[in-house]
Design a protein around this ligand. Structure first.
Ligand code: 9PG
Length: 526
């Protein structure tokens, strides 16, 4: 059946909400919009209320588009977002358009809100209402997504200690054992080992820094009464990995016949696993079964966007359907393990994971002029970027655990007490508490605060788009929500220079080398 394109004029007599099937549709707005809600494709991509008239500058460097946003729309000339979009009209009323299927995109052109499916057709949820109904409309959308894709919020989210911001890739068995010692009795449910344990991206076996194997360190974690957690990026295949050398046909091919690049990471180029290839699917299943067999009951599956990139697949299917198929394979292989997906397309992950990272990485800093303003890249690490996008994705909370990334507790010069507190409040609102501070760096009073944070369950409620009450205290996230202005004046030249540098593979390799050879900033007690 061919479902036509559709034009709907939103008027005061349009029903408050309706569901219509269409391959593409246009909503005529009754009044000009004054804000557009854009929703980024994957965990790290920007979700924010934006200026409807001026499209945001193109995010730089472009070499990172496939890793940080949906590369298909990274240069789209109009305000746009993945699956859903909304506008706030001049009178404060809200008009919402959200797809209930995969491969859908929404864009705003003047007074028209347009939605389309990249292939085929599907349902759309259309809603309008007064500004006071905004949160309810997003909730309704979430509920419909939950019906179609599945919900996963039966149990509370675990409380996690994650190794990333203490050690970055410089982890080893001794450091993790040191952490277990200094965590003592703090009530963390999971100790999760992050990036740095693997032989190579694609070769998911331990490197020499874990001489007792990943099963050995998992047993050490479990001996403390906690679950062991492990990070892996199973859909990224590095050019130096044996899996790429032996099976170059298992990676996604571009329409130009070359392998699709999934991003420069871990010192080299990575390619996207094509799990529509039955042999690659078997390999993937085996990777997940193996790590679960080592004793890991919590998996952080990262860089998952790779299998949703455009390209020619072994079995021809739309790209988000292919991603979902790939996640299904991992879900099945993981059994009862808790799955946190990261760097993952949002809607196609629903129902197949326990938690989704819903914003970019934090950093022990608020914001970066170079990344946020000059490169206009809001997917880069920073507490402000993480709060902004997470807050604009909170509506997902009724159907999946939402991970805002980790809270900081130890004092530092780069975050104010208020900024640290704001993020701690966000973790309570999300109901997902994780930290990555080095436990031995906590003072007695910081340790006390961590214990209290882990133990308490404070009521939180949302007042409007930016304001909440958390445990009776009012919290306003407005300081994190604005977007920088467009670079102007001399900054235009600065932008051109740093963007150019960022596009050069040699510069990226040099930067990677500098990071790898700079001694880690933290030392753990042994
Ligand atoms: C390990 C890290 C941590 C972290 C993840 C992810 O290029 N990027 O846009 C980009 C964004 C995030 C990122 C890496 C690269 O970090 O979010 O928690 O696990 O990987 O490498």
């Amino acid at each position: 059946m061919i479902i036509p394109r559709m034009d709907i004029l939103i008027t005061d007599s349009t029903p408050a909400s309706q569901i219509v099937p269409a391959s593409s549709l246009t909503l005529g707005l009754p009044r000009p919009p004054r804000a557009f809600y854009r929703h980024g494709w994957q965990s790290w991509s920007l979700a924010a209320w934006t200026d409807p008239v001026r499209e945001l500058p193109v995010m730089k460097p472009e070499i990172f588009h496939s890793r940080q946003t949906d590369p298909v729309y990274a240069k789209h000339p109009h305000p746009n977002g993945s699956w859903l979009g909304a506008v706030e009209l001049e009178d404060g009323n809200i008009v919402f358009l959200g797809a209930l299927g995969l491969e859908a995109h929404v864009s705003l052109r003047g007074n028209r809100l347009q939605g389309w499916y990249e292939s085929g057709s599907g349902e759309w949820f259309i809603a309008s209402g007064a500004s006071g109904n905004e949160l309810e409309i997003f909730e309704q959308y979430a509920s419909l997504l939950g019906e179609r894709f599945g919900r996963a919020i039966a149990k509370p989210a675990p409380r996690v200690w994650c190794s990333w911001y203490s050690f970055y890739k410089e982890i080893n068995e001794k450091k993790i054992q040191g952490v277990l010692k200094s965590l003592g009795e703090l009530p963390f449910d999971v100790v999760q080992i992050d990036d740095g344990w693997q032989a190579a991206p694609g070769d998911w076996t331990p490197n020499q820094k874990f001489p007792n194997g990943m099963d050995g360190i998992a047993a050490d974690i479990r001996a403390t009464g906690r679950k062991a957690g492990l990070w892996l990026a199973p859909l990224c295949v590095g050019e130096t990995s044996s899996v790429y050398r032996d099976h170059p046909d298992w990676v996604l091919q571009g329409f130009d016949g070359k392998p699709v690049q999934a991003g420069f990471e871990w010192g080299g180029m990575t390619y996207a696993l094509d799990a529509t290839h039955p042999e690659a699917a078997k390999w993937l299943e085996n990777v997940i079964r193996t790590v679960v067999g080592w004793g890991y009951e919590y998996l952080k599956l990262d860089f998952l966007y790779a299998s949703g990139l455009p390209g020619k697949r072994h079995v021809d299917m739309p790209r988000e359907a292919a991603y979902r198929h790939t996640l299904e394979i991992m879900r099945r292989a993981a059994g009862d393990a808790y799955l946190l997906v990261c760097g993952s397309p949002i809607i196609p992950s629903l129902g197949l994971c326990d938690a989704i990272r819903v914003g970019p990485d934090v950093a022990n800093s608020w914001d970066s002029r170079m990344y946020s303003y000059l490169l206009y890249n809001q997917t880069t690490p920073g507490v402000k970027n993480a709060i902004r996008t997470t807050l604009n994705r909170l509506w997902l909370k009724s159907i999946v655990h939402v991970d805002p990334d980790v809270a900081y507790f130890h004092e530092s010069k780069s975050l104010t007490d208020e900024q640290r507190q704001l993020f701690q409040d966000l973790t309570e609102i999300c109901g997902f508490k994780a930290t990555s501070d080095l436990p031995s760096s906590w003072t007695e009073s910081e340790r006390g605060r961590v214990r209290e944070w882990l133990t308490r369950q404070r009521e939180s409620s949302r007042i409007d788009r930016t304001r909440f009450t958390v445990g009776g205290r009012s919290v306003d996230f407005r300081p994190a929500l604005d977007l920088p202005p467009r670079p102007s004046g001399f900054a235009v030249i600065e932008r051109a220079v740093v963007s150019w540098l960022g596009e050069q593979l040699w510069a990226l390799k040099l930067w990677d080398w500098i990071l790898r050879t700079t001694p880690a900033k933290t030392e753990v007690d042994e």
